[in-house]
Design a protein around this ligand. Sequence first.
Ligand code: 5GP
Length: 188
Amino acid sequence: MIQLKERILSDGKCFPGGILKVDNFINHQMDPTLMCEMAKELVRRFSEHKINKVITIEASGIAPAIMVGYYLNVPVLFAKKKVPSTMENMLTAEVYSFTKNKTYSVCVSSDYLCKDDRVLFIDDFLANGNAALGIIDLVNKAGAKLEGMGFLIEKGFQKGGEELRNRGIHIESLAIIDSLDNCTITLR
Ligand code: 5GP
């Protein structure tokens, strides 16, 4: 998606270890106009699917997910990283965080994710696919159906995209980064 690619090149910042910071328009300050356009594009790319729910993980997935849910006119469920003592009928999965280098639990209530659901997972970044694998685990535990996974930015030099596509999952990424070597952003 051209607007996103241009914005990554103008405002994205590389950090050591292959981290791209987009705090100026996605991860800290957010650009609602661009977020709407990205959501519309994701909805267009998944238009052949019958989706009745969007799922994401807090916190950075929530903004794009809620815009996608708005255009699909379906509810948006976010997996929580802190296990609330009051959650009923909890489903949990383990996720390894690439940026924080630690494993954490994510949970949703099966009151909101169940066997009739046909879900689209939305997240800001696809790197090694660990967040996505955690969501697949939750969707399977709920007996729901995963329709696809949409990302704003995919880091094509990490293994997540290939692994998920090899599983036959419909994956869409609005911008793919081929390399962040030498702190230079190379887009596909
Ligand atoms: P994965 O689970 O695919 O390995 O990593 C995806 C998650 O890690 C995303 O939800 C995102 O929050 C975070 N992440 C991974 N790589 C980057 C990066 O280069 N920049 C930022 N801002 N977040 C990243």
